[in-house]
Design a protein around this ligand. Structure first.
Ligand SMILES: Nc1ncnc2c1ncn2[C@@H]1O[C@H](COP(=O)(O)OP(=O)(O)O)[C@@H](O)[C@H]1O
Ligand SMILES: [Mg+2]
Length: 256
């Protein structure tokens, strides 16, 4: 098995004094898979992503990322292997210019100047934002900030990408750009989202969670037609699934 995998076993996490936010979660995600993590607000998506990126540590169970178990000791290494794109890009971007922002991770990794420059240019190119290199970070639009946040993570050359609601608050143009960027990644990706139209395009597999538990893990297409599950997860059926169902009903009607 390639080493770009995520394997969780019986994970549990509770916030101080709270109920279980993550409750007995086990799954295996293999190299190159693009998996949607779906569920209502408060289901536990962000908490799970933070556990996978060693920003929080499970009270029970294990996470194995490419043969390294996530612990406080391995946290630094895990955060280099696993890139995390935050829900709110303003929480991710803190350097004055775009090039400083993207170079920050590689510099912190102790890489030589030429390699930092190579990675900065590569990352900007990957998200199609070469022209923003010398811009002031705080002056960027929401969509540009999301692209630069992604570039700053790509510059670390992670093996796995975690994204927390990446299409939220983007206009249609920026959302389309984001979807095309994600399509071009060969990384193993876990994408927490409510945007099932995006899942339709990007993620053959979905994991749905409700109250911290996995309630579905399988083909996204199966989720799209399971109205009960969609309701439980506060999700709306994708438009294309609605059309397919209408066509199917029409076929049956005309056959009778
Ligand atoms: N910092 C926190 N302190 C206490 N409880 C929290 C905190 N963050 C999240 N929770 C609780 O944990 C549960 C899961 O939240 P979260 O992972 O943010 O869900 P989602 O990302 O699916 O909306 C919710 O019940 C939420 O109220
Ligand atoms: Mg969340």
């Amino acid at each position: 098995m390639s080493h770009h995998y995520i394997k969780t076993e019986n994970l549990e996490y509770s916030y101080y004094g709270g109920a279980k936010a993550i409750d007995d979660i086990s799954f295996l995600i293999t190299h190159g898979e693009k998996v949607a993590l779906v569920g209502a607000n408060g289901a536990g998506k962000s908490t799970l992503l933070m556990l996978l990126n060693a920003l929080k540590f499970a009270q029970k169970g294990t996470i194995d990322i490419g043969n390294t178990f996530v612990t406080e000791k391995t946290a630094k290494f895990i955060r280099q292997k696993v890139g995390f794109i935050f829900q709110n890009s303003d929480n991710q971007l803190f350097m004055p210019t775009v090039s400083d922002e993207i170079a920050f991770g590689p510099i912190n990794m102790g890489l030589p100047k030429e390699e930092v420059e190579r990675r900065t240019d590569m990352a900007l190119q990957r998200v199609g934002c070469e022209s923003l290199k010398n811009n002031i970070t705080s002056h960027l639009s929401g969509g540009q900030k999301r692209s630069i946040a992604i570039a700053s993570v790509l510059a670390m050359e992670p093996e796995i990408l975690l994204m927390d609601e990446p299409s939220s608050n983007l206009d249609p143009f920026s959302r389309r750009l984001l979807i095309n960027q994600i399509k071009s990644f060969t990384h193993t990706c876990v994408i927490a989202t409510h945007d099932l139209e995006m899942v339709w395009e990007l993620c053959p597999r979905s994991i749905a969670i409700s109250n911290g538990k996995i309630v579905f893990d399988g083909l996204s297409k199966e989720l799209f037609y399971n109205q009960e599950l969609l309701n439980e997860c506060h999700l709306e059926q994708p438009y294309l699934a609605k059309i397919e169902q209408m066509k199917e009903a029409e076929k049956i009607r005309s056959a009778n």
